[in-house]
Design a protein around this ligand. Structure first.
Ligand code: SAH
Length: 375
């Protein structure tokens, strides 16, 4: 739930006061009719650009709200800051490229850490504000922004020493921005250069989640006396982004994917992985939860940005895949199966997820396959 907003006190005379038509407003407030108010005084607000409808994905990042959420995410922004400041020995005097610079916060960290030149590529119209911010903070000579898509722009240099980027989406790879980072790496990163972050992993664990499953899936059974149950099947196919309490975990985590960002190829981002998880207690299993971490291993000391249940929450939360029927599991039982993930053919920014699971134990559950779409 969102916090109640604080009401800012404005200096007297600056606030609008509502004056109903016909009220004697005497000296205190502007005496205009509703019609006059409607017609006049429309201040043109600074235009954030003309591309707003051309490409929804790229321009969704022209809104400030999305950047506010990211900048306020202390784990996210703090981990990048720590990683850069723990790597001053690598940044000093070097050329740094930021893929998807947004408001330019990572460029500012890099410049402050002593980079000689920082280039930020940003496709959305927020790039213009990033430039003002860099100048206002005295880094106008060090930081340059290039507005455009990574795949289409030209840079003022041939090679860079470090690529930094905050590219992670839900389920780590949702949004497919990593493809653009790998494109940039192959084109511009010099031999022996560094990637920030340089490693990423996806994990999975089984959870007891009766209450939330009822709230999210059971809810659709009947609504105010009407049968809504056909929706349930569709809702099950949408992984839910939510904060999962670590007390819900009934197994230890299992790492299903590890990426070395210096080497990985785009084609390897469609993956299939076997998994196996042993129950740590007797419980019902309602879902598998998926999360990720990324690490900056060149930093000294290394920094890990984790989105695991039980860690301080991030805007990525965790991703919950509900099972169609709960499993009855006992301590020592094993849940195993396969997880396959690929880009959706119609919308390559969405992910198709296929999960198989078998429970071997006191109350066995035969192999079941469920499909999901992360969108
Ligand atoms: N680096 C910023 C913003 C991260 S969000 C921060 O840490 O706060 C990712 C940004 O990448 C968005 O602003 C988005 O517009 C941009 N982006 C995504 N794909 C891109 C591409 N292919 N080319 C250029 N910019 C891209």
């Amino acid at each position: 739930m969102s916090k109640p907003r604080k009401v800012a006190k404005r200096p007297a005379g600056e606030a609008f006061r509502w004056v109903p038509k016909g009220e004697d407003s005497a000296a205190s407030s502007p005496d205009i009719s509703l019609e006059e108010f409607r017609r006049s005084g429309w201040e043109p607000l600074p235009d954030k650009g003309s591309t707003s409808l051309k490409d929804y994905y790229f321009n969704s990042y022209a809104r400030f709200g999305i950047h506010e959420d990211m900048l306020k995410d202390k784990v996210r922004t703090g981990s990048y800051m720590q990683a850069v400041y723990n790597s001053k020995h690598l940044f000093r005097g070097k050329v740094v490229l930021d893929i998807g610079a947004g408001t330019g916060i990572l460029c500012l960290f890099a410049a402050k850490a002593g980079a000689r030149q920082v280039i930020g590529i940003e496709c959305s119209d927020i790039a213009g504000f990033a430039k003002c911010i860099a100048e206002g903070n005295g880094f106008g000579d060090v930081i340059t922004y290039v507005q455009g898509k990574v795949e289409e722009v030209e840079l003022p240099v041939d090679k860079v020493d470090i690529i930094i980027s905050e590219w992670m989406g839900y389920f780590l790879i949702y949004e497919s921005m990593l493809d653009s980072v790998l494109f940039a790496r192959d084109k511009w990163l010099r031999e022996g250069g560094h990637m920030f972050p340089d490693r990423a992993r996806i994990y999975m664990a089984a959870i007891e989640d009766a209450e939330y499953k009822e709230d999210k899936i059971g809810f659709w059974d009947h609504i105010r006396g009407f049968d809504f149950s056909p929706v349930q099947e569709l809702v099950l196919q949408e992984p839910i982004s939510d904060i999962v309490n670590d007390t819900a975990l009934a197994t230890a985590p299992c790492c299903v994917l590890e990426l070395d960002l210096k080497k990985i190829k785009c084609s390897e981002l469609d993956f299939v992985a076997p998994y196996s998880m042993r129950l740590q207690r007797k419980d019902f299993i309602h879902a598998l939860v998926v999360w990720f971490d990324v690490s900056f291993e060149a930093a000294v000391p290394a920094v890990v940005l984790s989105t695991a249940p039980g860690q301080p929450a991030t805007h990525w939360k965790q991703t919950v895949l509900y099972l169609s029927e709960p499993l009855v599991a006992h301590q020592g039982d094993v849940i195993s199966g396969m997880l396959a993930v690929r880009k959706n053919k119609d919308n390559p920014r969405d992910l198709d997820v296929k999960l198989s699971y078998t429970l071997n134990g006191q109350v066995p559950h035969a192999c079941t396959v469920q499909s999901f779409r992360v969108r």
